[in-house]
Structure formats: structure tokens, C-alpha cells
Ligand binder design. Structure first.
Ligand SMILES: Cc1cc2nc3c(=O)[nH]c(=O)nc-3n(C[C@H](O)[C@H](O)[C@H](O)COP(=O)(O)OP(=O)(O)OC[C@H]3O[C@@H](n4cnc5c(N)ncnc54)[C@H](O)[C@@H]3O)c2cc1C
Length: 488
């Protein structure tokens, strides 16, 4: 259901006319944090500026509403992590994040073990053994057979994990370096605040942006072309509309290359579940990275994050299905979610006896270049076209920092809060390319078609400027497991 403070329209109100108009495409956590830091920037004046957010479906309907929400000072990239980690704390202090979006500090551990000897029957026996053990001793390790004793003890209060199955436990971060948020609650709260503080200068359009509009004379971005929809419709109008703007910011995560085909950002699907523990009891605050052997050559590594009232579990990424048209078209494979539940049930009797609250899947925005793990933040090589995308598995962590950086760039023209020189989009791709290589091959025989597909191509010889040399940037690197890895 749409939040009541948001009034989505299909067409612009016209209130942007006569003001500097900033268009933000995508209402995930990046678009929302950009809007928030814009309206709280000292230079922002609602009389002079207007912000339009265009979203194809709903606020936080992609990864920003379905992520784990782990925050860490040891995340990447180092240029923005300290800034963003600190801003998360400040936002929580300012708006009671503890209550509003489940902000809290917690401990992160990495667990290793061998589950290959467990079949489902033995699993049940273990559970009974462990229950007996934990009823007399929270640690549980002292009363299990010595052959199963953990080589490295679990922290005493991590009593919802079967310690006898753990061969190694190492601490990745304590409460000084690790925290968490509920990403959906965070994103929707910050948007609500941005709307309140904007004094009417933020408006929402529901529609799918297909293209950036360019000036034929200058080559700079002048607006977007989108297909409107409405909240009670699942499809889009076939009639495109154009919305003019002075600065265009793309915050569409894994969908970026659908608008800018040369951009080397792709999507990697990941499934997750939320679980209500046994008898709805809360479990101690730990974020847990795992690596468990399940067979001679097989391993599983679910990530398990305790939240105040539930436990979040996510699995590894799979590249089986390309990024679909919209967040509503993301395919959720029930068996993958059920398998996650079975996996965590093996190491936690408490979760095994709990129940699944949500089965979901979403796409991680991955930067496919060998030299950087992203994100891309800054102005592209097309004047007035900006990008904040490709945050990989640390987008929740890095969103406030990204929003602040974008606000400085858009309103001051210079970024003071962080050094983003290695993250600048123009280092990685040509934003003026408007058709993908595949389409280009297809269009080779049809010169007339080409004319419609180039920014500012009013003269024949300008064509070269709008086609990249395929050897310049590699967009062919498949997303690897390493790119998904959050290890410190
Ligand atoms: C399973 C999983 C767990 C994760 N856990 C963590 C974690 O614990 N900590 C952490 O820091 N990060 C985590 N992440 C990463 C984080 O979720 C992402 O980096 C972040 O949410 C990306 O935000 P975004 O706003 O760029 O993209 P998205 O959340 O994908 O938002 C993009 C928005 O753009 C809209 N859109 C797309 N195309 C168009 C268009 N053409 N026109 C208009 N609107 C459009 C979409 O509808 C969507 O609302 C996780 C990711 C996954 C997949």
C-alpha cells in the first residue's frame, strides 16, 4: 500500500516551472537519501528549487526494501564508509531511529562448521540434545558429546545457534564498528522526513523512465522521457511523456543500464526470508556470516541477521534470471526460500521451530569492471546527468553518505564530504550512448534507425562521439561470488 504522505501523480503539476528543477529517477534508498540531503542542505530554498521523484513502482520496492540492513565501518569503499556510518548514527539520534527503523549497534561474527554428517533425522536428534543442553546452560557447549565440541567457543549470549556444530567462530566487528537498520522502515521514514522538510517542493510521479532527453545543440541532459502509470494500474501508458529538468539524477540501481546501455552496472538476484523465532521470542543481537560444509565439495553460506522482532536470512546471489522490467516482475522462487529456512534450521533449533514471515528476492546492483567494486557517484560525461548507483552489497550502509555527496554536487558543484574522484561515472562508461551493442548490431543495416538513437546527432560526423569503442571499458565480466562477498 502506498504511504499516505505520498501523492503519486501520472503527470507533472507544473510547479517546477520558473525554479531550478532536479529530477531524481528511482525511489530506492539512494533516491530517497539524495532528496533528504538536498532539502536539508543550507542552500536549498523551496522558492528556488523543485524536486521531482519518478518511480516506476513503489518506494523501496527493490533491494532497498528487502536487504539485510547491516552497517559496518569495515565495509567498502573506504572513501564513503566512515562518512555514511557516522550519518546513520546521527540520523538515528536525531529521529529516534531505534524506535522508527530498528537502528542498533550489534556484534558481527563469522561461523564455520561441518554439516555434512547431518541428515534430517540426526538433525532432529541434535536439536533435542541441544535443547537439553541450553536449558541448563546458555552456552550449551559443555553438555554436548566431546566429538562435537566447538574448537572456538561461541559468545555466551549467542545461545540460539547450536555451538556443537561450530568449528570456528571469529569476530568481524563489535558494537563500535557494526550496526543495523530495517532498510524498508529506514527508507520510508527518511522519505517522509524529506517531504515534510521540503515545504511542498518535492513531488512524485509514477512512471517508468526509458530515456534521458538531450539538447541537440549542447549535448547536455535536459529531461527524461517516461511512460506514466498510476497507482491502481499495473501497466504503463503507451504514450510517453517528457519532463524537462535542469539536473537529472539516476538512482535506479540494477536498472541503470536499461536507461544508459553503456553503463557497466548489472543485477544479481538474491533470495531472502524473514523468520519469526520459536514462540516469537527475540534472539540476541548478532549478524552472522557463515560457511558450512554440506558435502564432500559443497558449502553453504547464508547470512543471518537478528533483528529486534525477527531474523533475516539471505542466500548467495544467482545470475539465473536477468533483471526484469520492474520490481514487480522479480521472480521469487519459493523452493530457494524454503531451502534457506532448512539451512538455518540445521544450526538453530530456535529458528527451526519458528516460522517464515516473508519470502522475497531482489537484485543487487553490481559494477562489472575489474578495477572497482563501485559505486559510481557523480556527474557523467553528459553535462547535468548524474548517477548514484552500483552500491553492491553495501548500499544500505552507504546511502546517507551518497545522499550527502549528491546534495553537495548538485547544489555546490563541488563535494567536500568525501573524495569521490575514483568513483566518478565518466571514468567507467560513456553516458551518451543510447543503444546497447546488441541493438547496434541489429540496427547496422538501417541508417535511419540510428538517427533516432543518438544524443545530439544533428550532424553525420558527430556519430562517432556517441558510439563507444568496445575495447575501452569491459562490461563483459560476469558478476562473481567475490563481488557479493561482504567479508572485511
Ligand atoms: C539480498 C540483499 C541483501 C543486502 N543486504 C545489505 C546489507 O545488509 N547492508 C547493506 O549495506 N546493503 C545491503 N544490500 C545492498 C543494498 O540493498 C543495495 O545496494 C541498495 O538497496 C541499492 O539501492 P538503490 O536505491 O541503488 O537501488 P534499488 O533499491 O534497486 O532502487 C531502485 C529503484 O528505482 C526504481 N526504478 C528502476 N527503474 C526505473 C525506471 N526506469 N524509472 C523509474 N524508476 C525506476 C525501482 O522501482 C526501485 O524502486 C543487500 C542487497 C541484497 C540484494
Amino acid at each position: 500500500m502506498p504511504e499516505t504522505y505520498l501523492k503519486f501523480q501520472s503527470s507533472p503539476s507544473g510547479r517546477h516551472e520558473g525554479k531550478k528543477h532536479i529530477i531524481i529517477v528511482g525511489a530506492g534508498i539512494m533516491g530517497v537519501c539524495t532528496a533528504y540531503y538536498l532539502v536539508t542542505h543550507p542552500k536549498f530554498d523551496p522558492e528556488k528549487y523543485h524536486i521531482t521523484i519518478i518511480e516506476s513502482k513503489r518506494v523501496a520496492s527493490g533491494a532497498s526494501g528487502k536487504a539485510g540492513g547491516l552497517l559496518a565501518l569495515w565495509a567498502f569503499p573506504a572513501q564513503i564508509v566512515p562518512l555514511s556510518f557516522d550519518l546513520h548514527q546521527k540520523l538515528s539520534d536525531q529521529y529516534n531511529g531505534v524506535e522508527e527503523w530498528g537502528y542498533r549497534r550489534l556484534t558481527t561474527v563469522s561461523l564455520e562448521g561441518d554439516l555434512s554428517h547431518l541428515d534430517d533425522e540426526e538433525d532432529d536428534e541434535d536439536e533435542e540434545e541441544e535443547d537439553e543442553a541450553s536449558s541448563s546452560n546458555n552456552d550449551g557447549s559443555s553438555q554436548v558429546p566431546s566429538s562435537r565440541k566447538s574448537k572456538t567457543k561461541l559468545p555466551q549470549d549467542l545461545n540460539w545457534i547450536t555451538s556443537s556444530l561450530i568449528s570456528n567462530c571469529s569476530t568481524l566487528g563489535g558494537t563500535d564498528t557494526t550496526a543495523q537498520v530495517h532498510p524498508y522502515k529506514f527508507t520510508t521514514f527518511i522519505l517522509k522526513k524529506a517531504v515534510e522538510l521540503s515545504k511542498g517542493s518535492i513531488e512524485f510521479i509514477i512512471g517508468k523512465v526509458n530515456r534521458v532527453q538531450f539538447s541537440l545543440e549542447t549535448g547536455s541532459a535536459t529531461g527524461v522521457i517516461y511512460q506514466p502509470s498510476s497507482l491502481n494500474k499495473s501497466d504503463y501508458s503507451p504514450e510517453s511523456q517528457t519532463l524537462s529538468g535542469d539536473q537529472i539524477v539516476l538512482t535506479v540501481g540494477p536498472w541503470t543500464s536499461k536507461i544508459l546501455p553503456d553503463c557497466p552496472i548489472s543485477g544479481l538476484r538474491a533470495h531472502s526470508i524473514t523468520v519469526s523465532p520459536f514462540k516469537d521470542q527475540s534472539v540476541s543481537p548478532y549478524a552472522i556470516f557463515t560457511e558450512f560444509k554440506t558435502g564432500a565439495y559443497s558449502y553453504i553460506s547464508p547470512e543471518i541477521y537478528a533483528r529486534q522482532d525477527e531474523v533475516y536470512v539471505c542466500g548467495e546471489g544467482d545470475s539465473a534470471v536477468d533483471v526484469p522490467e520492474t520490481t514487480d516482475d522479480v521472480e521469487v522462487v519459493k523452493s530457494k526460500c524454503d531451502e534457506l529456512f532448512r539451512q538455518v534450521g540445521k544450526i538453530s533449533p530456535n529458528l527451526k521451530r519458528g516460522h517464515i514471515l516473508k519470502r522475497q528476492a531482489c537484485y543487487l546492483p553490481v559494477l562489472d569492471v575489474p578495477s572497482s567494486s563501485g559505486p559510481l557517484i557523480g556527474e557523467t560525461n553528459v553535462t547535468n546527468l548524474f548517477l548514484a548507483s552500483g552500491h553492491s552489497c553495501w548500499g544500505i550502509n552507504n546511502a546517507p553518505g551518497t545522499g550527502k555527496i549528491m546534495s553537495e554536487l548538485l547544489l555546490d558543484g563541488i563535494v567536500e564530504s568525501a573524495d569521490i574522484s575514483a568513483l566518478e561515472p565518466f571514468l567507467y562508461f560513456d553516458a551518451s550512448v543510447l543503444i546497447s551493442d546488441d541493438e547496434e548490431d541489429y540496427d547496422d543495416d538501417d541508417d535511419d534507425e540510428d538517427d533516432d538513437n543518438h544524443a545530439g546527432d544533428d550532424e553525420e560526423e558527430e556519430d562517432e562521439d556517441y558510439y563507444r569503442d568496445p575495447t575501452e571499458t569491459s562490461s563483459e565480466t560476469a558478476p562473481s561470488d567475490a563481488e557479493w562477498s561482504r567479508d572485511a
